[in-house]
Design a protein around this ligand. Sequence first.
Ligand code: HSE
Length: 393
Amino acid sequence: MSKKLNIGLFGFGVVGQGLYDVLNKTQGTKAQIHKICVKDRSKPRSLPSEYFTFDKEDILSSDEIDVVVELIDNAEDAFEIVSTALRKGKAVVTANKKMLAERFQELFDLQHRHQAPLLYEAATCGSIPIIRNLEEYYDNDFLSALEGIFNGTTNYILTKVFEENKSYQEVLRAAQVLGFAESDPTLDVEGFDAKYKLCILMAHAFGVFIEPQFVFNYGISKLSVHDIQYAREKNSKIKLVAHGRKHGEKLAVYVMPQFVDQGHLLYNVHNEYNGVVVEALFSDKQFFLGKGAGGHPTASAVLSDIAALTYDYRYEYKKLHQPINIRYSTDLEMKVYYRYSREEQLNRLRFNTILERYESQSYRYVIGTLQLSELIASEIEKEEGVFLVQVVV
Ligand code: HSE
């Protein structure tokens, strides 16, 4: 039996305002925004002041609110709000991937202890309904891989840099203005945001909870014209790819740039779009494409979660209950392109084999193989004047 839900909304930024718009434009959604809790008292708002409160208790302690929708930026504050709401038995919808990935086990336990649903489709890959599909469509299939472009900002930057020859800084600023980037864009460009999403999806795809601090992420901030030129010469592009792949009983999970050629499904994922490739035993390879960032696309996923609550939907974490023998492992050999500036930087990484080496006055690189565990131990992400791209064979 469906019911009309009263929403208590936290945050009225790009996605919060997007949610207000999409709720107004959709006919028949049995939900309405009742109160909005915001932080900044001086900011001009597009809605009448009666909507707003500065006291979170006006939502968390209100009997009139059925659903708490959390769309704020700060992960710690978000955890406070979400955990309090769940303890009170309220249904919660959130888009906060950092909070979810970092506090996944606690939030999982709270949902079960208090029998309160927590939905978060908007936290991973914007408008792409990947969590719902993993839960409901692939629940009985055996997945072998889930990978793709999980960050809109970096894909927007790479598209503009590769296809329109724009400068990195110029397009990063544009991504901020368009509302794609996080308030701290380091989370986007260094691959943290994609990693948080990947960790969340690993729980739904493989039933494995992985703490993001143990997962390797390497971003695009050190990309140079040499790397772009190299990729072009190989008829390829560089994309920031999040990987979750089963190798026997081992699950390799990491985020790093990758060369993709024209035959690759991710080659034509442009701008703020995300692309998710799912590989499974029975359904084989499938591809999801959709906008990964922006107010309305992200709000569409929030809206879908709210609508799902009207028929009492909750995640069952189906893969957790299946006898899948799999564990997170960093024991994986990978092939990489490593551009470096000074000879001693080559020794920063212990390669198993060097397959190709190029050296001129202004440009040096090697192509070689090394272990994922070695990449993590090397802390190569801290090194300036180098860049790393995976070469998938
Ligand atoms: N900053 C994120 C991105 C927003 O660019 O993908 C959506 O999660």
